[in-house]
Design a protein around this ligand. Structure first.
Ligand SMILES: *Cc1c(COP(=O)(O)O)cnc(C)c1O
Length: 449
């Protein structure tokens, strides 16, 4: 039988030219294209600060920082200038056998930000590749040390680490994973510390992790976590003390700890690295991407320790880490990242984020008493709440997204979770605009409590 054909609700004459050309030629990510024919993509022509503008000049506040990558707004003058300068000097050169100032500077700055604990930086171009690199590097490091049995990985329930085959194997989000499950390497999934599960969630999660590490003692290479916020799971948050428990267990069982800071790094959680809030030293690997280039160019990287680096040090080529991507350490992207880090160094970004986070908290506080809402929560510049099942109704996420769009707010709930992860450009008026708009949108799309 042929699959049912969805009939577009939007007549093609209503579609903007760019949107219909897009539907004909661009296969959009994370999208059922049959549904995109019904809810066509918004054709954006330019961005300025926190705002995006469509073909007709209508504007939309970018409440999720264009998939969590933007930090200082669109077309930030200093980041753009850094890219332009680099563009006329050297856009790219291979990083095998050559090196360049932007890559060296960036690695040095990140090393300093970890107090020299993670002093070796391996570059790639997207988040999933950084995760692949960390997994391969961990396994290979143990192998070089003669511990060839350590080749299993542990991840966390509902964790997300990207969608390439290796990264997907340590991802536990059904919608991304299920179709490919037969292709994937088997990983162990430990319980999530998601605070919404109740006051015991962290203790139970750590006990479950201990159970797995005990059962698989000697076989596990690494544990991979998203520190403080499991973002793609729907902004599931936990306390910093969980990080201490995890660091402790990894030490006890002799496995690497990979902190995937692709979403929560770069000041999003309140500190530059989310893991810092655990106050328990450092992980063995940190993956960074998304915010590191401020929402301009694809760049990712893996930071690791002297111990891991040393385990590859040899005359033997095969003991080296032979991974590469064509655009590894792209000079333009590194120049953008250096401009991002310069802003952290000179503009007191983290201090200002504390103020901005407080403004968001104050503006959204009334939602705590809203009978339609549960689990209002925040970590730094991430604020989220869930709609009660009864209040959300069918296709909540899409209806909320479209209704908010009519009010100049670009926001994409994850299931019943509405979240804001805005550029670091929040003042009192903006926080109020966001709250008023979210509330008006809720009033429109939610069944009465
Ligand atoms: C987005 C994300 C990734 C994957 O990054 P891509 O650039 O989309 O491949 C990995 N881990 C986390 C925590 C992420 O949020």
């Amino acid at each position: 039988m042929m699959a049912a054909v969805l009939k577009p609700m939007t007549r093609s004459s209503d579609l903007s030219k760019l949107a219909s050309r897009s539907l004909a030629a661009v296969w959009h990510p994370c999208t059922q294209m049959a549904r995109a024919a019904v809810v066509p993509p918004l054709a954006i022509t330019r961005g300025e600060g926190a705002w995006l503008f469509d073909e007709e000049g209508r504007r939309y506040f970018d409440a999720n920082s264009s998939w969590w990558v933007n930090l200082f707004g669109h077309c930030d003058a200093r980041i753009n200038e850094a890219i332009k300068q680099q563009l006329d000097l050297l856009p790219h050169v291979m990083l095998a056998g050559c090196t360049h100032e932007p890559a060296v500077l960036l690695a040095e700055k990140l090393k300093a930000l970890t107090g020299d604990a993670l002093g070796h930086c391996f570059f790639a171009s997207d988040g999933a590749s950084a995760v692949e690199i960390a997994l391969k590097m961990s396994f290979h490091s143990w192998r070089n040390l003669g511990q060839t049995d350590k080749r299993e990985f542990v991840c966390i329930r509902h964790g997300y680490h990207g969608e390439t085959i290796g990264a997907l194997a340590v991802t536990d989000v059904a919608v991304f994973r299920d179709a490919y499950d037969p292709l994937l390497m088997r990983a162990h999934v430990a319980a999530s510390p998601d605070s919404r599960q109740g006051p015991d969630a962290q203790a139970l999660a750590l006990a479950d992790l201990r159970r797995i590490l005990t059962e698989r003692n000697g076989h596990v290479a690494a544990l991979i976590i998203e520190p403080l916020v499991q973002c793609a799971a729907g902004m599931a948050m936990h306390e910093p003390s969980y990080l201490r428990g995890v660091r402790h267990l990894c030490d006890e069982f002799g496995i690497h700890l990979i902190a995937d800071e692709i979403a929560v790094g770069c000041g999003r959680s309140g500190t530059f690295f989310a893991f810092e809030q655990g106050q328990c030293g450092w992980p063995d690997f940190i993956t960074l991407s998304k915010g590191i280039s401020g929402g301009t160019l694809p760049l990712s990287l893996v930071l690791t320790t002297e111990a891991v680096f040393q385990s590859f040090w040899s005359e033997d080529v095969a003991r080296g880490f032979l991974h590469s991507h064509s655009y590894t350490g792209n000079a333009l992207a590194c120049a953008a990242a250096n401009a991002v880090l310069d802003r952290f160094a000179s503009d007191a970004v983290l201090e200002k984020n504390l103020e901005q986070a407080a403004l968001l908290a104050a503006a959204f506080a009334p939602l705590a008493d809203d009978p339609r809402v549960e689990h209002l929560r925040q970590r730094g510049m991430i604020l989220a709440f869930d709609l009660r099942v009864e209040s959300a109704g069918e296709r909540f996420s899409e209806r909320f997204h479209l209704a908010a769009r009519e009010r100049e707010l670009l926001i994409r709930p994850i299931g019943r979770t509405v979240y804001l992860m805005p550029p670091y450009l929040i003042d009192a008026a903006t926080a109020q605009f966001l709250f008023d708009t979210v509330l008006a949108t809720l009033d429109e799309v939610c069944d009465v409590a």
